[in-house]
Ligand binder design. Structure first.
Ligand code: GH3
Ligand code: MG
Ligand code: MG
Length: 298
């Protein structure tokens, strides 16, 4: 999400009139998605991940309350704030809606200006939360996903039986680079090699995260061991060929890479030791003289 992108609202109401009224109120400022039932809302919420949902309570088929419960039951939709807009104006109904996790409860007939103001406030919070999440998941120096983001990727669910490869990349003699050329030069090296990683991995459909100091973890879904090794070899060779300018002349750096390939298990999980295996392999790469790729030595 870029900071300037239009935010999106999913409007759920089984009456066409109500949908039109609400759409007219918001279409100039937000991207509006319409659903005429709870079932349709669940589908569209999963597909589009809207920033806010305006949800009717009394609907043919699934009620708004049930729809909210279903939204809360799924990882991808759980965090989307839901505002009820309903003709049910009893305090018991309102309490029920709020206890189910709605962020707001607006009764019909409503004042358009007030609904607009409330929606604007909710969406401001959404934007701030998304920005914070972004900061929390990315490393500021290299702008790569960080360890926290990687841990999420490692814990996520995948299609059982598919192959996955993990590679650990470690810059060689990086402490010496810092000691000899200075810490800020070291930072620049981290940025330049990160650019190489990002470009090479993105072209292969994978991801790369900064794991810690000068260690990175590449994530190569659906790649055989041979393919993953080839990608890593390309990374190794490209880093070696970088000519990094420094006051004292051109500096070159190298990386050692260790990888492991596994099958996603029947529960859709990665083997828990896959990162350790990649770590062992990089250790072996170091002991073989560095600037090389070693695959799964266990
Ligand atoms: P090896 O070839 O065995 O990997 O040796 P190495 O010197 O690369 O490894 P070591 O783990 O001894 O040193 C890593 C260094 O990375 C030490 C630390 O100061 C430096 N480092 C970690 N994070 C940063 C950073 O953000 N910026 C800079 N400039 N240096 C960093
Ligand atoms: Mg190192
Ligand atoms: Mg290291």
């Amino acid at each position: 999400m870029s900071a300037l992108e239009k935010q999106s609202i999913l409007i759920v109401d089984d009456e066409a009139n109500n949908r039109t009224v609400l759409m007219e109120m918001f279409k100039n400022h937000y991207k509006v998605i319409l659903a005429k039932s709870g079932e349709m809302a669940l589908e569209l919420a999963q597909k589009h991940a809207p920033d806010l949902i305006l949800l009717d309570v009394l609907m043919a088929g699934m009620s708004g309350y049930e729809t909210l419960e279903q939204l809360k039951a799924k990882d991808v939709t759980r965090e989307i704030p839901v505002v009820f807009i309903t003709a049910l104006d009893g305090s018991v109904d309102e309490e029920k809606g709020l206890l189910l996790g709605a962020v707001d409860y607006i009764t019909k007939p409503f004042h358009p200006a007030i609904v607009r103001a409330r929606v604007k406030n909710h969406l401001r919070w959404v934007r701030q939360k998304q920005l914070l999440e972004r900061f929390a998941m990315f490393d500021p120096l290299t702008e790569l996903p960080n360890r926290r983001r990687l841990d999420r990727l490692l814990a996520a669910d995948y299609e059982p039986g598919k192959k996955i490869s993990i590679a650990m990349i470690d810059i060689d003699f990086f402490k010496k680079i810092n000691d000899v050329h200075g810490h800020s030069f070291g930072d620049r090296v981290l940025q330049l090699v990160s650019d190489v990683f990002r470009e090479t991995i993105a072209a292969s459909g994978g991801q790369i995260a900064r794991y810690g100091g000068e260690e990175f973890v590449a994530w190569l879904p659906e790649s055989s061991r041979e393919m993953a090794e080839q990608i890593c070899e390309r990374i190794r060779a490209t880093v070696q060929s970088l000519e990094i300018d420094h006051l004292t002349g051109v500096i070159r750096v190298t990386v050692s890479i260790g990888g492991a390939t596994s099958m996603i298990d029947e529960n859709g999980k990665l083997p828990s030791n896959i990162v350790d295996r990649a770590d062992q392999a990089v250790y072996e790469a170091k002991s073989r003289g560095r600037n090389c790729v070693v695959w799964d030595v266990i």
